[in-house]
Design a protein around this ligand. Structure first.
Ligand code: ATP
Length: 485
């Protein structure tokens, strides 16, 4: 049945477009350098977006470093010694197979081109094609991939033709020069992942923190990739942020810890209030050069199931490489085994921006509230209270009679604990809708009755129900709702 599938795709595409428009209209995300017509695949977070992003980052950071006694955090520099990237394999291997259309000169990542085509097929045919693609990618069979593209008559979206070049590899790292003399010796890279900052500090942290295996090192920070096909909003950016954790284990224990982190990370995702059916695991057929097992956690985005997080069992590849290239020993002495060894590593790696897009896609709702012949609707972000940019909006019913003063007093009492918002303009209904659109879980209205009996009306975002509670209990009510752990 072609029609319903097409209809679903259209509806989802509209949802994505609506989310992008909403992000701009309400100060979540702007195109970078917009007044100069923007910079492709680079975005800025606005006043509410930066709060939401920080809240997601903080929640991840705490769940790693505060809730696990054996995980500590670091903040390594973006620039690293160029040999790091030789050792890690990025100089030689960090590339994607690309294909160009000869008529439009448009370049595509081969897997994206095929995946885009699969979206137009029914599920059975699409899955079969993806399985074929996975196998060819795993075998680095570029001629086979090209034949697959040609046999399926996959067209370029711009020229509409099937006139393709051969498939080639392109490195995704950005390079720049450090210092004043431009020669090869000064070439540095913008890091394409944060993980290497952890590997090169493995011994520093282990020794100074007296860490015992198994232990983890966590880090959040910017990463840069010269993505050829950068699309789908903040899903694939050229400058983005990662939240990574490397967990160092005894050789031989890695599969146990790999399973542990698969389960633990899925629990974290579910703790965002997102139901299980919106997630799935995707086990890798083609393993990266460093991995002995790997999977992705995929979320059902408006454009379908896509990776948000990777969990990789990286063996002792990275530490051994750095040992070899630096000439420094990177071994651990295990007192229980009375043995020196290079630890194995299980890594969890999630994109903060992609996680932001996931949280937003899940939270974004267009609701029809028409009743009794009166048309009405709202856009609401049903964000988990702990992640919402603003936790409490305090709204005096009128601008006079001392009501704004009571509102200000309440805000003064609450603002050391969480972010509040004061607004006295427009009708209460309009003010509620504006808070719904940015995901504020609680609105409190101060009215004349407040002056008499010290109570306020609390309006709940998702249910839109209202209740009267004592003014003195507002702060605790919000504190309870935003408690993460
Ligand atoms: P993809 O296959 O989508 O390119 P990847 O497998 O290369 O991703 P990893 O190298 O495993 O990604 O990076 C870990 C995480 O970093 C990803 O799960 C994703 O959330 C995030 N990430 C990677 N590349 C980008 C990007 N260009 N823009 C935004 N987030 C990204």
């Amino acid at each position: 049945m072609v029609l319903p599938i097409f209809a679903t795709v259209m509806a989802n595409e509209n949802t994505l477009q609506n989310i992008i428009a909403h992000c701009k209209e309400y100060g979540f995300i702007f195109q970078s350098s917009e007044i100069y017509d923007g910079l492709a695949a680079v975005y800025d977070y606005g006043q509410y977006g930066s709060e939401l992003k920080k809240n997601i980052r903080d929640y991840w950071w705490k769940s790693m470093t505060q809730m696990h006694e054996n995980i500590v955090g670091i903040d390594a520099a973006i620039f690293m010694h160029p040999t790091v990237w030789k050792a890690s394999g990025h100089v030689d291997n960090f590339s994607d197979p690309m294909i160009d259309n000869k008529d439009s000169n448009k370049r595509y990542r081969v897997d994206h081109l095929i995946e885009g085509y699969v979206e137009t097929l029914d599920k059975e045919k699409g899955d079969a094609l993806l399985a074929q693609m996975d196998q060819l990618l795993a075998a680095n069979d570029f001629a086979g991939l090209k034949t697959l593209i040609e046999d399926n008559k996959i067209k370029c979206a711009i020229s509409g033709t099937v006139n393709w070049t051969d498939i080639r590899q392109f490195n995704l790292m950005f390079a720049t020069e450090m210092g004043s003399v431009a020669d090869d010796a000064n070439l540095v890279y913008l890091r394409p992942e944060t993980a290497q900052g952890i590997f090169v500090n493995f011994l520093n942290v282990q020794k100074t923190g007296r860490m015992k295996i198994p232990f983890g090192i966590a880090q959040t920070g910017k990463a840069f990739r010269n993505e050829i096909v950068a699309r789908q909003f903040i899903f694939r950016m050229r400058e983005f942020e990662q939240m990574e954790m490397q967990f160092f284990v005894r050789p031989g224990d890695q599969m146990k810890w790999y399973e542990y982190w698969k389960e633990t990370r899925m629990k974290w995702h579910l703790s965002l209030g997102i139901p299980q059916e919106r997630y799935r695991f995707h086990d890798h057929v083609k393993l990266a050069h460093y991995a002995d097992a790997a999977c992705d956690i995929e979320y059902d985005f408006p454009m379908g199931f896509k990776e948000v997080e990777g969990i990789h069992s990286r063996t002792d590849f990275d530490l051994k490489q750095h040992q070899q290239y630096s000439g420094k020993k990177l071994t651990y002495f295990d007192t229980e085994l009375n043995q020196h060894y290079v630890p194995y590593v299980v890594e969890t790696s999630i994109g903060l921006d992609r996680c932001f897009m996931m949280v937003l896609s899940q939270a974004y709702k267009e609701e029809d509230l028409s009743a009794d012949g009166k048309e009405d609707s709202r856009v609401v972000l049903s964000l988990p209270a702990m992640l919402a940019p603003i936790k409490l909006a305090v709204l005096p019913l009128t601008k006079k009679d001392g009501l704004p003063e009571i509102a200000r007093e309440l805000i003064d009492q609450c603002k050391p604990y969480f972010k509040c918002f004061f607004e006295e303009k427009d009708s209460i209904g309009k003010r509620y809708r504006r808070q719904d659109a940015i995901g504020t879980p609680f609105c409190v209205t101060i009215d004349h009755q407040t002056k008499e009996d010290q109570t306020v009306t609390v309006r709940h975002r998702d249910s839109m129900t209202q209740e009267r509670i004592p003014l003195a209990s507002v702060r605790d009510m919000v504190m309870k709702a935003i408690q993460a752990f």
